[in-house]
Design a protein around this ligand. Structure first.
Ligand SMILES: NC(=O)c1ccc[n+]([C@@H]2O[C@H](COP(=O)([O-])OP(=O)(O)OC[C@H]3O[C@@H](n4cnc5c(N)ncnc54)[C@H](OP(=O)(O)O)[C@@H]3O)[C@@H](O)[C@H]2O)c1
Length: 332
């Protein structure tokens, strides 16, 4: 079969479209014919040799590696102990995360059955492949963590703040993969949503339900927003604490990427900070799948590229300003 591999860390140019054996399945696994594979930041972090991770958290890498955690496809075969799926089922999932051996940039993948759910009938393989990591991240932050594993970044188990009608949520990085699902899940729960993104995404985000839009290229959120119950910040970085002042006393800050807050400042402002590392979950995807089927959630597709053009897709990702998801098409 064909798969994307890289034999050394580097830029998009290290990605090669190679001939490799079809993977064998072990107990609890399903062989899936991949129709589409979603692209997520961990894919390019891996390609770059995981430089983004603190050195003490960085696993040793053995090349060649095939990137990818997310995919949608059709079950080709199942292990003898797998009863929940059968050949011919359409499935989607985020495979083996946290971990870097999902290997979904390929024509076939061996997938743990527990990481899969049936593909919602109302969306196609491209949309389904775009969803798993981004929607699971938003779900595990905002709706239900679904496990009691402490965050490796804080050592604490995240407790979701129940979103109730009338609450105000601010989503920073609202147009990206995680952000556009956070906007929709907050609306589904009845919150008022303030979306922060660059101006080009305003119409996209208003269509997804954003009540207010702040273009961060012209306006500082802290100058125009306040009394917010919950901030989910998918951008992070050294300047993350600029959002603390939009929160009300008793509010919650949810950093999705590495961020730093002064504990004295958050204590003085009465703000809780909590984060998670997203984990694979077929059962949560089955629950979320019903929202896709009911039209309550949509997948924004930024762009698609054939599997053989994974390099171009990663080059697109590196340009930033992603609206929804970038997806590789494998069977069209
Ligand atoms: N904790 C976890 O388990 C977990 C899980 C998934 C992802 N993540 C992390 O979360 C981050 C986001 O992931 P993603 O998949 O959503 O990424 P993404 O699809 O690349 O989206 C990032 C978005 O941020 C926007 N953005 C960039 N700079 C911004 C700024 N200064 N202010 C506001 N928006 C800005 C971009 O568009 P515009 O600039 O045009 O608005 C883009 O839409 C990544 O760093 C990823 O590693 C963490």
């Amino acid at each position: 079969m064909k798969a994307i591999q890289f034999h050394q860390a580097g830029g998009p140019e290290v990605l090669r479209y190679d001939e490799v054996p079809v993977p064998e399945i072990g107990p609890g696994e399903v062989l899936v014919r991949v129709y589409a594979a979603g692209i997520n930041p961990p894919d390019w972090y891996l390609r770059e040799g995981l430089k983004v991770m603190p050195a003490e958290m960085r696993p040793a890498l053995e090349y060649p590696l095939t990137p990818g955690t997310d995919m949608s496809g059709v079950v080709e075969a199942v292990a003898a102990d797998v009863t929940e799926f059968a050949a011919g089922d359409e499935v989607f999932g985020m495979l083996r995360f946290p971990g870097f051996d999902g290997r979904t940039y390929a024509e076939y993948v061996a997938a743990p059955a527990s990481d899969l759910a049936r593909k919602p009938a109302g969306i196609d393989h491209v949309q389904a492949a775009g969803a798993p990591m981004a929607v699971l991240t938003a779900w595990q932050y905002l709706v239900d963590l679904g496990h009691d594993v402490p965050s490796p970044f804080t050592g604490q188990v995240h407790q979701s703040v129940p979103i109730t009608p009338g609450m105000t949520l601010l989503v920073n990085g609202a147009a990206g993969g995680v952000g556009h699902f956070a906007v929709q899940l907050a609306k589904w729960k009845g919150a008022r949503v303030i979306a922060v993104a660059s101006g080009r995404h305003e119409q996209f985000l208003r269509k997804l339900g954003a009540d207010e839009f702040i273009d961060y290229t012209t306006t500082r959120a802290a100058d125009v927003a306040g009394d917010v119950d919950l901030v989910i910040d998918t951008v992070g970085g050294p300047d993350s604490s600029r959002f603390l002042t939009v929160l009300k006393h008793g509010g919650t800050m949810l950093p999705v990427f590495f961020a730093h807050y002064d504990p004295d400042e958050t204590a003085r402002l009465g703000i809780s900070v909590s984060n998670i590392q997203v984990r694979s979950s077929g059962s949560q995807l089955a629950e979320i799948g019903r929202l896709f089927d009911e039209g309550k959630l949509q997948v924004g597709v930024d762009s698609t590229y054939p599997l053989s053009e994974a390099r171009t897709a990663h080059t697109r990702a590196a340009q930033g300003h992603i609206q929804g998801k970038i997806v590789l098409t494998v069977v069209s």
